[in-house]
Design a protein around this ligand. Structure first.
Ligand SMILES: Cc1cc2nc3c(=O)[nH]c(=O)nc-3n(C[C@H](O)[C@H](O)[C@H](O)COP(=O)(O)O)c2cc1C
Length: 368
């Protein structure tokens, strides 16, 4: 059942203004963006994460923003500070967890982590199409492994540094593990992380691990989902789907999720399509950002229809405005996530979207 229990956003149209929340950090990001974007996307991403990992509290304090209380909601039994969360993939090893809550995300998803540490694909593996606000990536789950992440999360909790927004961990299959052993690989990570994450997302939809998307097929899900729910030991488990799935396969995945006790669906991951790009970078990988929105929006609709209020849905894919968030919430999503828009618009984005949501009705929200 959907848990969208937060009150509707308050409507104060006369309060809409263009001042950008996000503070000094947002300004600094905007000023340094030309320099950052002159670097390759892989290097810029590494530099940014390394910087944030040293003192996530410090950087977060420069941008400090918390969603208006009217935007709080409960989902999966967890208190989301607002409906806009960080999507998986940006902070795979959870090196900057305190930062994401501080800049105004209502919840945070880290990962994908895998049972085995792995380097990911060779670089370059991340490409910008600036004019379209899009990325193409074939990262391939570069991560230090779920054992290392468990240790980091344990330390964060022991130090009392756990953020005041829910933190989910997205789990995937190690590249070295054959597809037929996938369930055990996922279970290993979930068991290690049990009790340390607020929720889990089972990722069967990244296009960059050979064969992974085959785990979205009926027979694979029938085996995998109950194993994951069992290994999570009562922590809510969500399932993340690809936008390239046929509608019937989505409906089937939703039914199998319900049968297995999955707590919700995250839709969608990146797409193999290049539709909507004005310039194709001709690189293999998944596309995200603005051109993904029409496809993701349609597939989120298919998920919502199949779920029919029986399973909460988190919408993701090409979101960069409060108008899109309002559309998805009105359509029935419990929350949304974004990643690519943060790269192009800076760390003030979640706070700006939450501000627009809380201050304005749909007609007042800034147009894309
Ligand atoms: C560079 C990059 C890496 C990503 N890595 C992951 C990942 O490890 N696991 C995952 O579930 N999704 C991953 N994603 C997908 C995002 O979580 C999200 O589903 C997708 O990008 C669509 O949202 P967006 O348009 O707001 O970016 C990644 C996306 C990008 C751009």
């Amino acid at each position: 059942m959907s848990d969208l229990t937060g009150p509707a956003p308050t409507c104060h149209p006369d309060q809409v203004d263009d001042a950008s929340p996000g503070g000094m950090l947002d300004l600094a990001y905007r000023l340094s963006r030309p320099l950052l974007f002159s670097l390759g996307a892989d290097r810029a991403h590494e530099l940014m994460l390394r910087t944030l990992s040293f003192a996530p509290w410090f950087w977060g304090a420069l941008a400090a923003a918390r969603p208006d209380e009217s935007l709080q909601r409960e989902a999966f039994g967890l208190p989301f500070a607002g409906p806009v969360g960080l999507a998986a993939g940006l902070d795979k090893d959870g090196v900057a967890i305190p930062f994401w809550g501080k800049i105004g995300f209502g919840f945070v998803e880290i990962g994908t982590v895998t049972a085995h540490a792995q380097p990911g694909n060779e670089k370059p593996r991340l490409f910008r199409v600036v004019e379209d606000g899009a990325l193409v990536n074939r990262a391939g789950f570069n991560n230090a492994g779920s054992a290392a992440l468990a240790e980091r999360l344990r330390r964060l909790r022991d130090r009392g540094a756990w953020p005041d927004v829910p933190v989910g961990v997205n789990v995937g299959k190690s590249k070295v593990t054959p597809l037929e052993d996938a369930s055990a690989d996922y279970a290993t990570s979930l068991e290690r992380l049990c009790g340390l994450a607020d929720y889990f997302t089972v990722n069967v939809s990244s296009p960059n691990t050979p064969g992974l998307r085959e785990l979205q097929e009926r027979s694979a899900l029938e085996e995998l989902l109950p194993v994951c729910v069992g290994a999570a030991g009562g922590t809510p488990v969500l399932l993340k789907l690809a936008p390239d799935l046929e509608d019937e396969a989505i409906a089937e995945a939703v039914e199998l999720s319900l049968e297995a006790g999955i707590a919700g669906i995250v839709a969608t991951n990146t797409t193999l399509s290049r539709e909507g790009l004005s310039r194709d970078p001709h690189e293999a990988g998944g596309m995200s950002g603005r051109p993904l929105w029409p496809l993701a929006r349609r597939k989120i609709g298919v998920v919502l229809e199949a779920a029919a209020g029986r399973l909460p849905v988190i919408g993701v894919g090409g979101i960069h405005t409060a108008l899109q968030v309002r559309e998805l919430l009105d359509a029935g999503c419990v929350a949304v996530q974004l990643y690519t828009a943060l790269v192009f618009e800076g760390p003030g984005l979640p706070a700006r979207i939450h501000r627009d949501l809380s201050r304005s009705g749909q007609e007042q929200i800034r147009k894309p």
